[in-house]
Design a protein around this ligand. Structure first.
Ligand code: NAD
Ligand code: FES
Length: 279
């Protein structure tokens, strides 16, 4: 069992849980993830390790409460526990050595790109962060990013905070005129965002790394659930990723596969709402 030591609400339906997992906290590297199971009969949920506190023996998990399993996980309070956490899983981030890295987080994807930005900054690479949300409350981890980046550009779709527009609007300007020029882009967020970023950096040939979140089940490369196509070849995000060259990813296939169980997910969520209301 792993006890939740702190729960912080970062935005509407976005929660950070600091959970006891001392071994994982000790050995985890940026870019890696865990698979969490609330209880024996519950779904396995892959979550990136957003941060660690080795002294306290905890890992931070940022959860967007969009479905039944993530809603139940995100509702956990300090003192409650999750049954098991498997990890760390996946390859650590390859830290590109360059004069200017840009880390882009779309919505809750900011929690995934944050440890990458932190590791780049710790390695001495100047980082500009672009963090976007549909509205002000959905721009998360801005202070944490400000503490490690040379600049943080916030964007909102509705203009309620920062620059009005998408993260790609801010990226376009950086690609056109940043000094030093952008050497590498790390982008994490919704699939259409990562696709748009990769399309924008293709012509100027700026290396672009994305973190993929396909459906995962076992996290061991055995079930095939997280199959993605990279440069025409089948790869498994849990063991070959989760980070890949954005210019090689088949984003349309990823979007189709993510949508495969939408009906069942909505049904499970409706049932979950009714159960939570009855409690
Ligand atoms: P969202 O749909 O609100 O988008 C967040 C931001 O991304 C927007 O404000 C915008 O700036 C940008 N964006 C979205 N679509 C874009 C497009 N077509 N072109 C350019 N920019 C675009 O995001 P959300 O509701 O917070 O959802 C987060 C998404 O991130 C979910 O789809 C979730 O599955 C995904 N996610 C991915 C990972 C990962 O590892 N890749 C991890 C966690 C979450
Ligand atoms: Fe089963 Fe990756 S989650 S192969």
């Amino acid at each position: 069992m792993h006890r939740v030591v702190r729960r912080t609400v970062l935005g509407p339906q976005v929660v950070r849980l600091e959970v006891e997992a001392p071994r994982i906290a000790r050995i985890r590297q940026p870019g890696q993830f865990v698979i969490v199971r609330l209880a024996e009969d519950k779904e396995r949920v892959p979550l990136t390790i957003a941060d660690t506190d080795v002294q306290a023996g905890t890992i931070s998990l940022v959860i967007q409460q969009v479905g039944k399993s993530t809603t139940l996980l995100g509702n956990l309070q300090a003192g409650q526990s999750v049954q098991d956490i498997v990890g760390p899983l996946g390859h650590p981030t390859h830290l590109e050595n360059c004069a200017h890295a840009v880390c882009i987080g779309g919505g809750v994807g900011t929690a995934v790109v944050y440890p990458i930005a932190k590791a780049l900054a710790a390695a001495g690479t100047p980082v500009t962060a672009i963090i976007g949300g549909r509205s002000r409350q959905l721009v998360i981890l801005e202070n944490e990013m400000k503490a490690i980046c040379r600049a943080v550009l916030a964007t909102t779709d509705d203009g309620s905070y920062g620059r009005k527009g998408l993260v790609t609007d801010a990226l376009r300007e950086l690609l056109a005129g940043a000094q030093p020029p952008v050497g590498v882009v790390y982008a994490v967020g919704p699939v259409p965002m990562m696709k748009a970023v990769a399309e924008m950096t293709r012509a100027p040939a700026v290396k672009t790394i994305v973190s993929l979140n396909p459906i995962m089940i076992d996290g061991t490369g055995m079930c095939g659930g997280c199959r993605v196509t990279i440069g025409g070849k089948t790869q498994f995000a849990c063991v070959d990723g989760p980070e890949f060259d954005g210019h090689l990813v088949d984003f349309d296939e990823l979007a189709d596969r993510l949508a495969m169980y939408r009906g069942q997910e909505a049904e499970a969520m409706d049932h979950c709402r009714l159960t939570l209301k009855a409690d």
